[in-house]
Design a protein around this ligand. Structure first.
Ligand code: AMP
Length: 424
């Protein structure tokens, strides 16, 4: 297995170190940070660099400004929170991350000081998607060159964006003396690699969410790794329908029925427990796009796995919750991605919250638990049990790619230990 350089393999003393972090934190209407986990998780790398006398220049995006300056997506509130967490003043000048002012401050930055550049995505060249294909590469390359000119070394520590082919995650590496991954990315990779390559058994995967199509590659890859798979959420109905079970007007991907049936067949062949719900919470009317029910919406629990014609499944039923709880209890490695019901509505969040609690209890009793980002993370936070989980990933999309067994673009470009940097 190739071993990528980490910041410990690089001489950073008295260097200007450009660090790609993921400070894409949620802000409320008053521009206050409502969850600072991503800033907190970046602290070990920043502290390591400061303790080793580097000058630290941080780069991040925030939100989706689509290549334009959107003042409410400024990183200023992040610079203040970061300063509080570091117990140290963080320079922030806003404006344009590559203009002469930013470059001057970066060039005068002393070792042991921190500068946070303004939102990279105020520049369309960061994502590149806003240009025609021909000019894309050129624009991204030039933007990356400008960023790289501010430092000597690049550290990739933005796990949340590491699956994206952006200027500050891919192109920058070609234009700087040396690059490595940071401590957060190293930690994320270690948890996912250890789990996928060397799990303590029994190994259970719980997959939920809206679409089978988003998670087919994950299921295929996990069929070679796990002992059991629990499928919940809307995904479960496509699998049930593939087995001839009635699913009412639940969300079903009809074009994936054959594939769903094939995956169940393969799981059986490999003697993997492939568990689908055995009962459901169902409703007869739903404003799904706004995740709202009507005053006269009927809510019922089915007697078995079949859903009546005029109803739609929105959560697990009590028998499924009990059955899945037992499996979770006896598992020693648990990976979870995706809610098992329309958890945004309290009445349909029972299954998801119960799964979260059971995973926490199994972890208390010695299991290793990994939550793969996105909605499952918000369910865990809602249940107030985040501290009891072994690892909560900071990257939804990136963790999905790792579960698919794919390499992440932002990791591929980082040199391996002992690899000599080629001249650009
Ligand atoms: P994903 O982004 O694929 O993880 O999907 C998350 C979404 O799946 C959430 O917004 C849930 O509301 C939705 N979801 C979960 N269970 C169901 C269900 N039974 N029917 C419809 N949507 C669901």
């Amino acid at each position: 297995m190739s071993i990528k350089k980490t910041l410990r393999n690089i001489d950073i003393r008295k260097k200007k170190v450009l660090v790609r972090v993921d400070f894409n934190v949620p802000l409320n209407k008053n521009l206050e940070i409502t969850d600072d986990k991503r800033i907190v998780e970046a602290i070990p790398t920043i502290k390591y660099l400061l303790e080793n006398k580097a000058a630290v220049i941080l780069m991040s995006h925030l939100g989706r400004p689509k290549g334009k300056v959107v003042p409410k997506m400024s990183l200023e509130p992040v610079s203040i929170r970061l300063g509080e967490l570091l117990g140290k003043f963080v320079k922030f000048i806003g404006g344009d991350c590559i203009d002469s002012k930013s470059k001057k401050i970066a060039s005068n930055l002393k070792y042991g000081e921190v500068l946070l550049l303004e939102n990279l995505r105020f520049h369309p060249e960061e994502e590149g998607v806003f240009f025609s294909n021909d000019s894309n590469e050129f624009a991204m390359e030039n933007f990356a060159k400008e960023l790289a000119s501010m430092g000597n070394v690049f550290i990739q520590d933005a796990f949340g964006t590491i699956h994206r082919r952006h200027a500050s995650t891919i192109y920058i590496v070609k234009h700087i003396e040396d690059s490595a991954i940071g401590l957060l990315v190293e930690k994320e990779l270690k948890f996912f690699n250890d789990m996928l390559e060397n799990p303590v058994r029994p190994f259970l995967a719980i997959l939920g969410g809206a679409k089978v199509s988003d998670k087919i590659n994950i299921i295929e890859n996990l069929l070679n790794k796990v002992d059991s798979i629990i499928i919940g959420g809307a995904m479960a109905y496509t699998f049930l329908k593939s087995q001839g079970v009635s699913t009412g007007f639940s969300l079903v991907e009809d074009e994936k029925l054959d594939l769903a049936g094939e995956l169940i067949r393969r799981a059986k062949e490999k003697k993997i427990d492939f568990l689908l719900p055995i009962d459901h919470t169902v409703i007869d009317k739903f404003d799904y796009s706004n995740r709202q029910i009507y005053e006269d919406t009927k809510i019922q629990i089915t007697v078995d796995e079949a859903i009546p014609e005029k109803f739609m499944g929105v959560d697990l039923g009590p028998m499924s919750i009990e059955k899945f709880s037992e499996i979770i209890k006896f598992s020693k490695t648990i990976i979870w991605n995706g809610p098992v019901g329309v958890f945004e509505i309290d009445k349909f969040s029972k299954g998801t919250l119960k799964i979260a609690k059971n995973i926490a209890t199994a972890t208390d009793e010695g299991a290793i638990s990994i939550i793969g980002g996105g909605d499952s993370v918000s369910a865990i936070s809602r249940s107030g049990i985040d501290k009891r989980i072994t690892h909560i990933s900071t990257g939804g999309g990136a963790s999905l790619k790792l579960l698919e067994g794919k390499e992440l673009p932002g990791i591929s470009v980082i040199p391996e230990i002992n690899e000599i940097k080629k001249k650009c």
